[in-house]
Design a protein around this ligand. Sequence first.
Ligand SMILES: Cc1cc2nc3c(=O)[nH]c(=O)nc-3n(C[C@H](O)[C@H](O)[C@H](O)COP(=O)(O)OP(=O)(O)OC[C@H]3O[C@@H](n4cnc5c(N)ncnc54)[C@H](O)[C@@H]3O)c2cc1C
Length: 482
Amino acid sequence: MIETLADKKIVIAGAGVTGLMMALRIKQLDPNAEVIIFDKADRPGGMYQSIEYPNGRIFDYGMHLIYESCNPVVDDLYREVMDEQDWHIHEKNEKDIAGLFYRDRLQDYSHYVDLRSFTEGEKKKFLGDFMLNLENKRVDVSRSGWQALQSQFGREIVDSVHRPLIQALYGMSIEDADQFVIKATALDRIVLFNPDTMLDLMKSDKIRSRLAFADQLNLPPYRTNNQKALYPKRFGMKHFIDRLVKALRERGVEILTNIAGVSLHSSGDRVDSINIKERNGNSKEVAVRTLFWSIGWPSLAYALGIDMSGIGKTGGTKVVFANLVFNKPPEMGKLYYFYCYDPNFATFRVTHYANYCPAAAVDGFPVCVELWPSRLGMHPTQLSDEQCLALAIDELRCMGIITDSHMLKFSAIENKGAEFPLPSIINVKGIEEIKNRIHCKRMRNIEVTGIMAEEDLFFIPDILNHAFSVIEKTFTSETNYE
Ligand SMILES: Cc1cc2nc3c(=O)[nH]c(=O)nc-3n(C[C@H](O)[C@H](O)[C@H](O)COP(=O)(O)OP(=O)(O)OC[C@H]3O[C@@H](n4cnc5c(N)ncnc54)[C@H](O)[C@@H]3O)c2cc1C
């Protein structure tokens, strides 16, 4: 029997926000399309799912707000899934209240590194070099993070500030960092001046793109877009994911979870079918119209049986989530979260949920500490849950975020191998090489999107803009409908 287009399904690999939102967009464009999503996890949602504990406590995987894409096609879908009144909508200076623990001090006014506490001599050197560098043309010779940072701030600042910072965070030398380090770690600006001086300096685009305003809640309204951040009124990003999944099921989208693996069957330049193996031993053969892959190039190469020899490491930094509830709020003012860049800490980020979702404060104040044990030279598997908990509490005390009067009401450790991408040249080049090998196969009905599908693709607004443009391209191209 000859299969027609109507028999074939649109298959989406990965049921994270990317895969789920893609399915919704596809059904919007073609309500008759048959869509099937598969995921290895036991629940859809990926990093935007929440963890639910038996006692009813809920935590997200650290800080996960939804930042709008500034593309109505994407942003209207959020409102279609969940009514406006069910979202907290944070905007203007309250969109993202973020801080930084740096040089032994919590900056509650900016999450950009503040150089004002360096000595007068150091600051003079920084400023002279920074100003001279402003006149230089920015040369983008390679993907080198080191060169990109130097063209942004000058060598004096980069060697004194960014070099030790990148070493402490990622355990790699700055020469090994890809430009992606700037985006992944919010290193695109620094604080050099007090807010009143900055008010004048910010008239220059060159300055404003390099220097941060050290009073985020009183930042003048200079933004060119009106991007908002969304979070469900009820605590837990799961409430959005649940609605999204419900909307998809109502439209006939099939979501398969607990997938053990897949194999692709192709003829010529097309994937004809995919065999999806469930963990319970069942498997399903699906005829493929288009395969949208949102789970990274390496797993696609694996599914296509591509030789991966000679490819550098493409892994990331392992993250442990310490989920804690205290009897009183942590001492971090209005901050939604802050990063920690000081050496000798395993903490990467601390999130205070009740600051952006007041409903989180039920019988205590939930706080998530994202630990990167590799910063202390350890692998998460070397640490017991008790050790992770002790580390998180000890570091919060050390940073002054909790005091002796903070009582722990609940704790749980999530140490299940979550990874933050390592922004190294070798990693990014490795992914590029995998991508090239896949492109050599010239498969016409596979489209790749999601984290690291393209350079610097990591945060959800960029990913969804990319994913939706991939769908647009696919739907307007006749070739995929033959
Ligand atoms: C530690 C960490 C912290 C982050 N912090 C922020 C932040 O503060 N702000 C922000 O905007 N973004 C943050 N991000 C990025 C954000 O999580 C991503 O932009 C977003 O999750 C991307 O959605 P996704 O669906 O593409 O990927 P994911 O959420 O990662 O979902 C991918 C899905 O694919 C599934 N999957 C993976 N491999 C396979 C496989 N081989 N077979 C089948 N299924 C598979 C997974 O189970 C998962 O459900 C963070 C990411 C990490 C890792």
